[in-house]
Design a protein around this ligand. Structure first.
Ligand code: AMP
Ligand code: MG
Length: 342
């Protein structure tokens, strides 16, 4: 029988057990405030290779390194004092939190982490369980703990269901608070650029630095600046279609066996007068709050993917604040498989 990962409550003993495994070169799943991560120590190539193997992730897609604090970040990058000061100002406001910096790397960063690039992506996570592990293990590389291209995991059970047969432990830190991956900010180019939108927006970063930040543009995905940002990603097995105002925009949705997701219960009520009886109507949030939509989005997609719907139709929220990241993830999840680039 296949042995599945143990889901551990984050007690003192369990954290000790997980850290021992990490230090021996194992990879384990850990909770972060964004999504669950598949972590390995960065001082040894074996766990780094295992991360790619478990996820079936292409080697051109670099990993994000997670560190405990600003001094640990500084130790891994090769940048001048002016840029370091800017990173410090941003870290002072947004870290620990869902903001990843892309910076010129020091040689100690394995080429496996950076996928052969001269830069490394680093973040200081906020989840107390992840931080306790980091305090004892040192820096950890950690992409999302799911098979490459599939919907990201926002609770321990999602990890168990997808890669539970390939790893020894999952530390259970409850559902992820933010629910979408970190903002990736590239500070290695002349014009600072958001490579992946997240909870921290270009505008929020501009307000701290007082200089122009190139907002996220989807065209970046084709020039491989953020190699993981393929057009098709985060996808359920079930076909996904998106709509703005009314599901009638999607002509195929006439068939019966379709799940329809509205951004809020209120929106769902506007469209259906017998909501309580409908078995195929769902919503991301009660009243359309964007943070709540982000928090619930991947979990609802994972849940509906297990039911045998022929298609999922999802409404998209407005593109402001974290709504930009939500639109980005839903857009990629709905992209056609032929656009996968692999
Ligand atoms: P995740 O799989 O959520 O951990 O995100 C990792 C993503 O970070 C990758 O797919 C890239 O898009 C981005 N990334 C990591 N390292 C770099 C780097 N050195 N330069 C640009 N983007 C990076
Ligand atoms: Mg990922």
């Amino acid at each position: 029988m296949v042995k599945l990962a143990e889901i551990l409550n984050p007690t003192e003993d369990a954290i000790g057990q997980v850290v021992d495994a990490l230090l021996l070169g194992e990879v384990v799943a850990l909770p972060t405030e964004t999504v669950y991560g598949l972590a390995g120590i960065i001082s040894n190539d074996t766990p780094l290779e295992k991360i790619f193997e478990v996820k079936e992730r292409p080697l051109f897609d670099p990993l994000i390194v997670h560190v405990l604090d600003f001094p640990s970040l500084r130790d891994l990058v090769d940048i001048d004092s002016t840029l370091l000061d800017k990173v410090w100002r941003l870290a002072d406001i947004f870290c620990p939190g869902p903001l990843t910096f892309v910076l010129r790397k020091k040689k100690i960063i394995s080429h496996i982490i950076s996928a052969g690039k001269k830069t490394v992506a680093i973040r200081i996570p906020a989840h107390p369980v992840f931080r306790e592990v980091l305090r004892r293990s040192g820096p950890l590389a950690a992409p999302s703990a799911n098979p490459f291209g599939y919907v990201s995991p926002t609770c321990a059970e999602h990890v168990q269901a997808s890669i539970g047969d390939k790893i020894p432990y999952i530390l259970d830190g409850g559902p992820c608070e933010v629910g979408v991956e970190s903002t990736i900010l590239d500070l290695s180019r002349k014009h600072f650029t958001v490579l992946r939108p997240g909870a921290i927006t270009a505008e929020m970063i501009e307000n701290v630095l007082g200089e122009k930040i190139e907002p996220y543009h989807s065209f970046i995905t084709t020039d491989f600046s953020a190699p993981g940002m393929l057009k098709q990603h985060y996808s359920p097995q079930t076909k996904l279609r998106l709509f703005k105002q009314s599901v009638k925009e999607i002509s195929e949705s006439i068939s019966q066996n379709i799940a329809i997701i509205y951004v809020s219960r209120k929106e769902a009520q506007l469209q259906s007068n017998k909501l309580e009886k409908e078995k195929n109507i769902f919503w991301f949030s009660e009243d359309g709050d964007l943070s709540e939509i982000a928090h619930n989005m991947f979990a609802l997609l994972q849940r509906l993917d297990k039911i045998n719907f022929d298609m999922i139709c999802s409404q998209v929220p407005e593109k402001v604040g974290i709504g930009i990241a939500i639109n980005d993830r839903l857009g990629r999840a709905a992209a056609k498989r032929k656009d996968m680039g692999r």
